[in-house]
Design a protein around this ligand. Structure first.
Ligand code: SF4
Length: 368
C-alpha cells in the first residue's frame, strides 16, 4: 500500500513565512520506510511484499536519514512516513521519537491491517505524529476491498478514521482515480462528508508497479473529472486536492478566470494550494533502500542516503536541476504557459515514455 500525503503550502504560509523556494527546499519528504505490507493493493507502486527487503535501510541509516532532513535548514520540510506499511518498520516509534526530537513535523500513512489499532493511533499521536493518511478507494466494502485485495479493509479503514477523529489527528484520505473507481467518487465524497476529514486527495493512477493492471482515465475523462473536483472543492467540508494530476491547476485557473476572478485573486489561491509543486520540485522521495528519487512514482535515483547528502542531491543533482526548471521539459509541457504552475506529472511522463521530461499524457495536448 502506498499513498501520498501532501501538506499544502498554506500551512506554511499561514505561519507567516514567505513561500519557500522549491528548488532549495521541498515541502514534503516521503520516506518509504519499508516495502513490507500485509495488503496486496491492485495499484501498489511499491509492489509491496509480506516481508521486509533485507537491503532495507537499517535503524542507524534511518536515523541518518532524519538528520539529513535537518540539512535543509529552516523551514524544514514535512516528513511523510510511508511504505509498504510503515507500521511494519522495525523500531518505528524510536525513529518517530528521533524525528520529533529534531523538530521535524511528520505524518504517517499506515495500511489498514490488524496492526492498525486504536492504541496505535493514540500512541502515534502521543509520540508527536501530527497527521494520519488513509486510503479509501471505494464507498462500500465490496468496492474498496476488491481494490485493496483483502476483505475487511474497508471496515478497518472506517474504524481508523474514527480513531483519528477521537484523538484529534488531522486525517487525509487518499483515493485512487482510475477507470475502475471514477463512477464511485461521488459516493465516496458523500461518505467522507459524514466523517471527520481534513483533506481528500484524489490520486490519478500512474501505471507502474501493480497499478499496471488498472486503467487510467483518458485526457477527456480526466478534464471532466477535474471540473467536477473543482466544483465539489468549493463547498466540501474538507480540502479537496489532487495527486499526480498537476494539470488540475490549469482547469482550476481557467475556471476561475471564466468566473471573473482577478489575476491577484487567482495568484493568491494558487500560492495557498501548493501550485508549482511537482515531482522533484517541492517533493522528494527516499526509497526503502535509501535511493533519493523525485517521487515515489518516478523511480530514478539521483543518489543514496548512505553516500550522499539529501539536500545536495535535491538542490544540485542533474536530474533534480532539470526538474526544478520546467523550461527544459519537452513537448507540450515545455511550451505550455502553465508550466510553472503545473509542469505536468513527471512520473506519468516517465511511465508512458521513459522520458521524465516529456509531456504528461493525462493532459489534452491543445492547452496552449
Ligand atoms: S501541457 Fe503540461 S504543463 Fe501544460 S497544463 Fe498540461 S500537463 Fe500542465
Amino acid at each position: 500500500m502506498t499513498t501520498d500525503l501532501v501538506k499544502p503550502q498554506s500551512h506554511h504560509a499561514a505561519r507567516g513565512h514567505a513561500p519557500r523556494d522549491y528548488s532549495l527546499t521541498p515541502l514534503n519528504v516521503y520516506w518509504e520506510t519499508t516495502q513490507a505490507c500485509a495488503l496486496a493493493c491492485r495499484h501498489c507502486r511499491a509492489s509491496a511484499m509480506p516481508e521486509a527487503d533485507p537491503q532495507e535501510l537499517s535503524f542507524e541509516d534511518g536515523v541518518r536519514m532524519l538528520h539529513e532532513i535537518k540539512g535543509f535548514g529552516d523551514p524544514l520540510p514535512h516528513l511523510i512516513l510511508t511504505g509498504g506499511d510503515p507500521l511494519a518498520k522495525a523500531r518505528l516509534f524510536d525513529l518517530v521519537d528521533e524525528a520529533h526530537s529534531l523538530g521535524i513535523e511528520m505524518s504517517i500513512t499506515p495500511a489498514a491491517t490488524p496492526a492498525l489499532t486504536r492504541d496505535v493511533v493514540e500512541k502515534l499521536k502521543e509520540h508527536g505524529v501530527s497527521g494520519l493518511g488513509l486510503s479509501l478507494d471505494g464507498s462500500c466494502p465490496e468496492r474498496h476491498d476488491a481494490i485493496r485485495g483483502v476483505p475487511g479493509t474497508f471496515d478497518r479503514t472506517r474504524d481508523a478514521m474514527r480513531w483519528a477523529a477521537e484523538f484529534e489527528m488531522p486525517l487525509q484520505i487518499n483515493t485512487l482515480v482510475s477507470a475502475e473507481t471514477v463512477d464511485d467518487l461521488p459516493a465516496i465524497y458523500r461518505f467522507l462528508s459524514g466523517e471527520t476529514v481534513s483533506r481528500w486527495s484524489l490520486f490519478f493512477l500512474i501505471t507502474v508497479g501493480r497499478g499496471k493492471v488498472l486503467q487510467p482515465l483518458s485526457p477527456e475523462e480526466g478534464v471532466a473529472l477535474m471540473e467536477w473536483i473543482h466544483g465539489v472543492a468549493r463547498t466540501a467540508p474538507f480540502t479537496v486536492a489532487t495527486t499526480e494530476a498537476p494539470s488540475y491547476r490549469r482547469v482550476a485557473v481557467e475556471r476561475m478566470r471564466a468566473e471573473g476572478f482577478t489575476g491577484e485573486q487567482i495568484a493568491r489561491s494558487a500560492t495557498g494550494r501548493g501550485f508549482g509543486i511537482r515531482d522533484g520540485h517541492g517533493i522528494v522521495f527516499v526509497s526503502h533502500r535509501g535511493d533519493i528519487c523525485p517521487a515515489g512514482f518516478l523511480p530514478l535515483s539521483a543518489g543514496n542516503i548512505k553516500t550522499h547528502e539529501l539536500a545536495d542531491v535535491y538542490r544540485s543533482a542533474p536530474l533534480f536541476e532539470v526538474l526544478h526548471d520546467p523550461s527544459h521539459f519537452q513537448g507540450a509541457c515545455g511550451e505550455c504557459r502553465y508550466r510553472s504552475l503545473c509542469g505536468g506529472s513527471r512520473s506519468r511522463a516517465y511511465a508512458a515514455t521513459g522520458d521524465p521530461f516529456g509531456s504528461d499524457p493525462l493532459c489534452p495536448q491543445d492547452v496552449n
